[in-house]
Design a protein around this ligand. Structure first.
Ligand SMILES: C[S@@+](CC[C@H](N)C(=O)[O-])C[C@H]1O[C@@H](n2cnc3c(N)ncnc32)[C@H](O)[C@@H]1O
Ligand code: SF4
Length: 448
């Protein structure tokens, strides 16, 4: 089975957006940007999601592909948050406040690496202007290496109710190689305390394929994760992209598991999670059957964006603030400049922060929607209109039946086989004209 899967180990987008972020078009004028934000008010979904990027970490981990910088001095940090407030002052006025907030997500970087009151001030600004839905999801990404009990209590008192903890691996040697410290609190206790404080949908991030990982150490880590009893686990394939993240070059001095070993790791870990009662969600998540993501999967209501898998119920159009943040509207994506100092400089000079803007054509919306449905549900049933837009893409996809990657249920419906769902990015790429026109070559990580 592994040999067969490796045949599909090609470079392909992860499809957290369509088109992929590095193929968004350049920014448009300030007036056009304002128009796009305002247009989103009349589009669906009507509920509001907000994303705040906190681009700081106490220290950078060598494996990391995220956009962050080591924590600068207090003055620089204050300048950053002043800039985010100024960006909000300008742009929140463009969003109708008859719409309700169902989700706020703080990502990074490490949002808990800054004084937590900064996060509360941003939340307060939203609360001053918008009504929050009952049970709105307030989510935060946390590196548990620097999280104390007191900090967690403070976050709960601000209304946070969902946390994602970056564990990566439990093995101290692997952590040392990638430049990370272990969780301050034992992870099991951390999850128990989180629940006591009202958090739910608790997630652990784990990564397979890291340098120094052996079968023994990795499966021991999976056992530790299962013992801790998270609601969700995101099991990411280590993306080695030294051309984008030069620090990762250092990891080549250690033994990096090859694609075959990585697949073995994934398949065995998948088995372990399933045996422990977890349900497979999307291409790399395992969740308890009672978790909202499992229920959404069952109902075909799973959704995916830059913040990960989510449910259609909670996730609205996403309004992003801060450096590198990507707003995700029904008809457009807009991305802010990555470098923190450049973001601050532009805000202070009253210049636009966007470096990219991509308004989706009607055909691109259909492509985005069909690729997302295939990636979330491992099946795809298309309308006549969608099939006409997919054109050759639909033929390329359905031709994979002869390779055992999918089954054709009818002329307009396919279901990925067990084999196909393990390489779902490969299937999705068949629908993508950008891949066929070689616009994505040399840009993306391997699918395994
Ligand atoms: C923005 S980070 C936030 C986590 C938090 N700062 C921490 O360190 O715990 C989100 C997650 O992306 C994943 N990640 C980062 N770099 C990766 C890479 N090169 N390959 C695969 N996953 C990666 C990690 O699992 C990480 O927890
Ligand atoms: S893994 Fe987390 S703490 Fe480490 S560099 Fe990436 S964002 Fe920062």
């Amino acid at each position: 089975m592994i040999e067969t899967l490796l045949r599909y180990n090609t470079n392909a987008p992860r499809y957290t957006s369509y088109p992929p972020a590095n193929l968004f078009k350049p920014a448009v004028s300030a007036n056009e940007t304002e128009r796009i934000w305002k247009d989103s008010n009349s589009l669906n979904p009507q509920n509001l999601s907000f994303y705040f990027h906190v681009p700081f970490c106490v220290k950078r981990c060598l494996f990391c592909g995220c956009t962050s910088e080591t924590l600068h001095d207090e003055n620089f940090r204050n300048q950053y948050f002043a800039a985010v407030h100024k960006e909000m002052d300008q742009k929140l006025a463009w969003i109708s406040n008859d719409r309700k907030v169902t989700q706020v997500h703080f990502g990074g970087g490490t949002p808990t690496s800054v004084p937590l009151v900064e996060l509360e001030k941003l939340l307060q600004k939203l609360r001053d202007r918008f009504e929050f839905a009952d049970h709105a999801e307030l989510a935060i990404e946390i590196n548990p290496a620097t999280l104390t009990e007191e900090m967690l209590r403070t976050l709960a008192s601000f209304g946070f109710n969902r946390a994602s903890y970056g564990i990566q691996d439990f093995n101290p040697e692997t952590l040392k190689i990638i430049g990370r410290d272990p969780s301050l609190m034992p992870v099991k206790d951390l999850l128990e305390l989180s629940r006591e404080l009202g958090f739910h949908g608790l997630n652990l991030d784990l990564v397979y394929g890291l340098p120094g990982q052996t079968a023994k150490s990795f499966f021991a880590s999976i056992e530790r994760a299962i013992e801790a009893s998270p609601d969700r686990v995101a099991l990411f394939s280590y993306a080695h992209v030294p051309w984008m993240r030069p620090e990762q070059k250092k990891l080549e001095e250690y033994h990096l598991p090859d694609a075959h070993t990585k697949m073995e790791f994934f398949l065995k870990a998948r088995e372990m999670f399933k045996t422990a009662g977890y349900v497979e969600v999307g291409m790399d998540h395992f969740v308890k059957p009672t978790d909202s993501l499992a229920i959404a999967t069952q109902n075909g209501a799973l959704h995916r964006n830059f913040q990960g898998y989510c449910t259609r119920e909670t996730t609205g159009q996403v309004y992003a603030f801060g450096s590198s943040g990507i707003s995700q509207f029904d008809n457009a994506y807009l991305q802010n400049v990555h470098a923190v100092s450049e973001y601050i400089k532009r805000i202070e000079a009253n210049e636009m922060t966007e470096i990219r803007c991509h308004e989706l054509s009607a055909n691109e919306r259909i492509l985005r929607n069909t690729i997302e449905r295939l990636m979330c549900n491992n099946r795809l049933c298309v309308t006549a209109e969608e099939r006409a837009v997919l054109a050759d893409g639909w033929d390329r996809l359905t031709a994979l039946e002869s390779e055992g990657l999918l089954t054709k249920v009818s002329d307009n419906e396919v279901i990925a086989t067990e084999l196909g769902r393990l390489v779902i990015r490969y299937l999705a790429a068949k629908l993508d004209p950008l891949v066929q026109n070689k616009k994505t070559e040399g840009v993306f990580s391997k699918t395994i």
